[in-house]
Design a protein around this ligand. Structure first.
Ligand code: SF4
Length: 604
């Protein structure tokens, strides 16, 4: 018996219909803990280099962690991973809600999905009963609509992961939706499910998770929840969730605006958390076991119709609100709903729309490319038109569905300079020309330019926003601490925002699994995963070098246009200085490759 874990690894081949369940391997558990540790190791070992991310040889690996589904604050996190169609390298994305817990209650920690179904299908898991079922009648439905339909069909107690039309049409920033508004949004794993003809995964579990020390867990949990509840910031999180960051980000000049031309959006007050609290939020939503409940279920009425959606979260406000200049809460909430229903990541979706709007403004594309539609910043009709075209890959939507990197190569005429991506993934919600640590975090993030591996902008503010030297150390620390939560299967926000002590986590692991780790040993495991995903990137790219870590030219050629960071830019030589320091501290060579000594140290 394995304490704390579901205990089984479930493998489902959609080409052959073969389904098998095995015990979790000891070495995998010991060295990789769970969640993204499992997904990275399995994908590195099982995928042949050079495979097509949207072909049958790719695999989607779903993994919870040892703390998921337990009474640990925020213990509802699940990782979806595959070779990403956006970056052509390792990609993963994390989703909250109830699914991680349900998978463990069904007795599994990891599900490996292989092959390609001959017709639209979904995976049905009810404890030990696992089937590949026909999803013909759900194919083509929006993600929210399909989740409702599957729950009506199977029962409210089933937890569902589902894709929308964007995933079916292999849009490279298609997400996976769960719990009517939570998404595994980044790196296009929804498109990989679509390429496998897999509409959904429906899970019901009713087993218990065996614990090493149940009384010890209860005691620790009571303390941890009390610590969270007495923190002064909790009320703000309960009131507004991540939307509370919108005002702060504008005051810092870090709110991406008009395709990152600026870091300040003049209408930010109209899309703030305060406005949501007054006008749109209906109720709070929490992931399994979370006392913070950062999810905000909202309603808006637009053109005579009610739209219900979880959000908009900060990142959606940043990339659709600021970056596309959509400056009112009704339009922004509707845009959030539209992306959720179509199954599009709001971060990349917003960034792609902003890029298209700027291309139109500069005459790089014109009405002949858009069926006569004029694309304008601040115009919800433009946004709506773009998302619908992209999700169905119609006309210019087929080009934009590839993401800004590929679209810029196709449009040419200088568009690559303001295609705001790194490694093929669109940059998330922080303008970082006056935040070198945040910029470095984007440049070196293992899945492309995503904020959640190292939210380093607060470090820039604390130690000096123009300072270059010394920034790499903190970025690396964060890149080990924050992804560790994804390995454990729980949320990082209790630590980040409510200052829950990191000392809790090895103790949680001990009372649940019986495994003894110091926090430093857990960090070493996280560093092992970081280096493994780097090896994946190197293996996939014969021309690999430090150019893979460079930001787009807008960052070092164009100053911020207005707001508190007006005039800021990071010089090209400073970008190299940031990388030199980062590589040296990581034990990587000057081209960004881990040295043999580092790999040996990490048992890789
Ligand atoms: Fe989920 Fe938010 Fe709680 Fe994290 S803080 S577990 S994302 S509800």
């Amino acid at each position: 018996m394995r304490y704390g874990y579901g205990g089984k690894l479930l493998r489902i081949n959609l080409s052959t219909d073969k389904i098998e369940s095995k015990d979790l391997p000891d070495k995998l558990v010991k060295e990789y803990i769970g969640g993204r540790g499992f997904t990275a190791r399995i994908l590195y070992d099982e995928l042949k280099p050079g495979i097509d991310p949207l072909g049958p040889d790719n695999k989607v690996v779903v993994a919870s962690g040892p703390l998921a589904g337990l009474f640990v604050p925020g213990a509802g996190k699940l990782t979806f991973a595959a070779k990403s169609p956006a970056t052509n390298s390792y990609g993963d994305s994390n989703v909250g809600g109830m699914l991680a817990a349900e998978i463990k209650f069904a007795g599994y920690d990891t599900i490996i999905i292989e092959g390609q179904a001959k017709k639209p299908s979904y995976i049905y898991i009810n404890n030990d009963k696992v089937e590949i079922r026909d999803a013909g009648k759900h194919w083509g439905k929006g993600a929210i609509t399909a989740e409702r339909a599957l729950k009506d069909e199977l029962g409210e107690e089933f937890q569902i992961a589902v894709i929308g039309p964007a995933g079916e049409n292999r849009v490279k920033f298609a997400c996976i939706s769960h719990d009517f508004g939570r998404q595994a949004g980044r790196t296009g794993i929804g498109a990989v499910l679509g390429s496998k003809n897999l509409k959904a995964i429906a899970v019901r579990g009713s087993k218990s998770i065996k614990l090493s020390d149940p009384k010890g867990l209860l005691k620790l949990t009571k303390q941890a929840i009390a610590d969270c509840q007495k923190h002064p910031a909790i009320q703000m999180w309960l009131n507004q969730g991540t939307a509370s960051v919108t005002v702060w980000s504008n005051e810092q000049g870090s709110f991406p605006t008009r395709n990152f031309q600026s870091g300040y959006f003049k209408d930010y007050q109209k899309i703030s958390g305060d406005v949501m609290q007054k006008e749109t939020i209906v109720t709070n939503k929490a992931c399994f076991g979370c006392p913070m409940a950062c999810g905000k279920y909202a309603r808006v009425r637009k053109d005579g119709k009610d739209y219900y959606v979880e959000g908009p979260e900060y990142e959606t406000a940043a990339l659709i609100g600021g970056d596309c200049a959509v400056g009112n809460i009704t339009d922004l909430t509707y845009a959030n709903w539209l992306c959720d229903e179509l199954g599009l990541d709001t971060i990349s979706g917003g960034s792609v729309a902003a890029f298209a709007m700027e291309c139109f403004e500069k005459g790089i594309i014109g009405k002949k490319d858009t069926d006569g539609m004029e694309l304008k910043f601040g115009d919800i009709k433009s946004f709506e038109w773009l998302m619908n075209k992209i999700a169905r890959r119609e006309g210019i939507g087929g080009v934009l569905a590839e993401g800004v990197k590929v679209a810029a190569q196709k449009f040419d005429k200088g568009a690559e300079k303001f295609a705001m991506q790194i490694k093929g993934l669109e940059i998330s919600g922080y303008e970082s020309r006056k935040a070198p640590a945040m910029l470095l975090a984007y440049m070196t993030c293992d899945i492309g330019a995503h904020h959640n591996r190292a939210w380093a902008i607060t470090h820039d503010i604390a130690v000096g926003r123009d300072k270059i030297e010394g920034k790499a150390k903190r970025v690396i620390e964060l890149q080990h601490i924050r992804p560790l939560f994804d390995m454990l299967g729980c949320c990082r926000l209790q630590w980040v925002e409510l200052e829950l002590s990191l000392e809790y986590y090895p103790k949680f692991l001990k009372v649940t699994t019986g495994m003894d780790y110091t926090f430093d040993e857990l960090l070493k495991s996280s560093e092992r995963v970081w280096n493994l995903t780097r090896l994946f990137l190197i293996r996939e790219n014969k021309d690999f070098g430090r150019q893979f870590d460079y930001p787009p030219p807008r960052v070092y050629e164009e100053p911020v246009q207005n707001g508190p960071t007006k005039g800021s830019m990071v010089k090209k030589e400073d970008i190299d200085k940031l990388l030199d320091e980062y590589y040296a501290l990581r034990g990587w060579d000057k081209t960004g490759k881990p040295t043999n000594a580092k790999l040996k140290e990490l048992s890789l």
